[in-house]
Design a binder for this molecule. Structure first.
Ligand SMILES: [Zn+2]
Length: 219
């Protein structure tokens, strides 16, 4: 590359320099650096590899509990159901990652029968399905976990609005996921996958529309 110094419109000096590929910071690393992120990886949360090419959706959830991420992680471990989301976003904007992006997590569970085909998530064979139990013939499709990233927001439906710090953290987290995959995966909430589910809450509806349109909570 060449850098040229101008005095007004007149070039007065020029120097050539080399940029090594290893010196360039990938955009996803810069996006990740904006997060207040810690990890709480557990073997029981991890259900085999999820190749980049299979990543299609970001599924948003509410935890439906007041406890922060550490409480949620403990609860998931003791439940024995091997359930977890990739990320939990606390009300103060800190984020805990429970499963690496390139692994399957059990956050979406069973969806309405027919939803595998509707959402284009038909291959369930990559998922070990450990800890799962059928919830009935009306919800027989289990493909979403194999094609998605799950994000839980610490929130109880009906308890009021989401703090600005939490929404800003979610904005930055989605920007990181977009940068990591180099494409914008479709954003849905859990109840879109399984009818009758309560998350995300009604008070999130406006934000969800903004995330789907603008990739952030506000236009
Ligand atoms: Zn959920």
């Amino acid at each position: 590359m060449t850098a040229r110094i101008y005095a007004g419109d007149k070039p007065v000096a020029e120097t050539a320099f080399k940029v090594n590929k290893s010196d360039l910071v990938p955009s996803w690393k810069a996006a990740k650096a904006k997060l207040r992120l810690t990890t709480a990886y557990r073997g029981v949360f991890n259900h085999r590899p999820k190749p980049k090419s299979c990543q299609k959706y970001i599924v948003l959830h509410d935890t439906e509990g007041d406890g922060d991420a550490s409480t949620v992680v403990s609860w998931w471990v003791t439940s024995g159901q091997r359930v977890a989301a990739h990320f939990i976003v606390n009300k103060d904007g800190s984020i805990v990652q429970c499963v690496p992006l390139d692994r399957i997590a059990h956050h979406a569970g069973f969806g309405d029968t027919g939803h595998n085909r509707k959402y284009g998530v038909t291959d369930e064979s990559r998922d070990d399905k450990k800890g799962t139990a059928s919830i009935g013939p009306w919800a027989a499709d289990y493909g979403m976990n194999s094609y998605s990233i799950g994000i839980e927001m610490v929130h109880v439906g009906g308890s009021g609005y989401y703090p600005a710090a939490q929404l800003k953290a979610l904005d930055n987290l989605i920007a990181y996921i977009d940068a990591y995959y180099g494409r914008k995966c479709r954003i849905i909430d859990h109840k879109a996958w399984r009818s009758g589910n309560s998350d995300t809450s009604p008070e999130f509806a406006g934000y969800l529309r903004n995330y789907q349109k603008y990739r952030k909570h506000a236009a």
